[in-house]
Design a protein around this ligand. Structure first.
Ligand SMILES: Nc1nc2c(ncn2[C@@H]2O[C@H](COP(=O)(O)OP(=O)(O)OP(=O)(O)O)[C@@H](O)[C@H]2O)c(=O)[nH]1
Ligand SMILES: [Mg+2]
Length: 423
């Protein structure tokens, strides 16, 4: 089993900060609070795309970031929300958390999507903090950080395309020219002893998997040569690329080769002869190629086949062949298999966690929520400070500190800052 793997880092957008602003009016020296809310940060979302076959594109770009929310503005104007980033992945992709190795989600459905990193919420502007007793709040809320996560994407690959043909016609050479695979290539029959898979990248969002199988000979369907065992791989592909040595350098007739191989395919499984097939006339660089190519083209195009000239050795026509294969694949109904993975955990909503503890004689308060609170408090402003204290009481932090034995004038460390405790 061939597995495609990519490791990527995801960072959702930060929420915009709320604004601190005051209305200024000619005859009203102390206008009311006027700061708008920050926009939410963009999230990162995985979306299954049936047209994708591999994780190739994720090997070119490894870090993904969604847009930040805009900061709030004066006149109670909201900051704009950051745009979500949608990452398209092939069906069957399994997403694992790098930290724990656990499976976060296994995409089996055709149209599934999943928010993998949530954008931070925008902070409230000071206008939202005005109350009857606090008419001019000089503080606003900071925007939340976006979630960050590093994940591994895994996809078990099945070949979309099967390369078939007689031994020595250049199947492995073609595979090596189209993909990063390094199959053994040599001038004798049955160089390839078991199938090799390669991922072929045509363009962004366009890649496919190709399998090079051992050469077939007459009687393969009954077990002659090596081909028989591997014909079942061809059964699972969606397109057959039939390679013919059009130069006939080994003394066989190229057109005979074509019919003989197809006969073997048919005898092995009649369904194989109904699979779409592209004919490739290889070894264009050899003098005798022209003759073979002409005959193949003349006969087979009439039978409805595309006959494609290449030289796998020099690379001539190989790029064009990639596009042709991609185009043919796009016409064939996407039919895929997924494998069952045990989902160890779905990513859970992070809950607000507040840690209150006594460590080595120090009273300590920590947590993302409290950190956000500290950073959005203006400690020079009485209202802001009062708001801060109220939250500490409401969230039960003061209660917990007292339970731990705190007394008046003791020092408490809140997210690294020192405060003096008094009631
Ligand atoms: N001149 C020329 N030689 C080629 C070309 N393509 C392949 N060859 C040669 O043909 C020989 C066989 O190539 P392979 O790619 O190993 O052929 P194969 O079809 O994989 O063969 P098996 O694995 O034995 O079935 C090697 O010596 C290649 O260098 C070509 O376009 N032109
Ligand atoms: Mg080979």
């Amino acid at each position: 089993m061939f597995i495609d793997i990519a490791k990527i880092r995801l960072k959702a957008g930060k929420g915009g900060d709320g604004a601190v602003a005051f209305r200024r009016e000619k005859y009203e020296p102390s206008g009311g609070p006027y700061g708008g809310d920050g926009g939410d940060g963009g999230s990162i979302i995985f979306q299954v795309d049936q047209g994708l076959k591999t994780l190739m594109d994720f090997k070119y770009k490894r870090v993904y970031k969604a847009e930040d929310g805009e900061n709030g503005k004066t006149k109670k104007q909201y900051g704009k929300n950051g745009k979500d980033l949608i990452l398209r992945i092939p069906p069957g992709t399994v997403v694992k958390d790098v930290k724990t190795g656990g499976v976060i989600i296994d995409f089996k459905d055709k149209d599934e999507s999943f928010v993998i990193a949530r954008g931070g919420r925008g902070g409230k502007g000071n206008a939202k903090f005005a109350t009857s007793t606090r008419q001019a709040p000089r503080f606003s809320e900071a925007g939340e950080k976006g979630e960050e996560i590093e994940v591994i994407l895994e996809l078990k690959l099945l070949a979309d395309v099967g390369l078939v043909g007689f031994p020595n016609v250049g199947k492995s050479t073609l595979l090596s020219m189209m993909s990063a695979a390094k199959p053994k290539i040599a001038n004798y029959h049955f160089t390839t002893l078991k199938p090799n898979l390669g991922v072929v990248r045509v363009d962004e969002g366009k890649s496919f998997v190709i399998a090079d199988i051992p050469g077939l000979i007459e009687g393969a369907h009954e077990g002659a040569g090596l081909g028989h065992e591997f014909l079942r791989h061809v059964e699972r592909t969606r397109l057959i690329v039939h390679i013919i040595d059009a130069s006939g350098i080994e003394g066989r007739n190229p057109l005979d080769d074509f019919y003989k191989i197809n006969e073997e395919l048919k005898k092995y499984n009649p369904r194989l002869s109904t699979k779409p097939q592209i004919v490739v006339a290889n070894k264009k660089d050899i003098d005798t190629w022209n003759e073979g190519y002409k005959i193949l083209k003349e006969k087979l195009e009439k039978e409805g086949y595309m006959v494609f000239p290449i030289s796998a050795a020099t690379g001539e026509g190989v790029d064009k062949l990639k596009y042709i294969i991609w185009e043919e694949l796009s016409k064939i109904e996407a039919d895929y298999e997924t494998f069952d993975e045990v989902v160890e955990f779905k990513k859970k909503e992070e809950k607000e966690e507040i840690i209150v503890k006594l460590e080595e004689g120090k009273f300590i308060v920590e947590g993302a929520f409290i950190e956000k609170l500290v950073y959005s408090t203006n400690f020079d402003d009485l209202d802001s400070l009062r708001y801060f204290q109220n939250i500490l009481i409401k969230k039960g932090i003061v209660e917990k500190l007292k339970n731990l034995g705190i007394e008046e004038n003791d020092t408490v460390y809140i997210c690294g800052f020192e405060f003096e405790f008094f009631e």
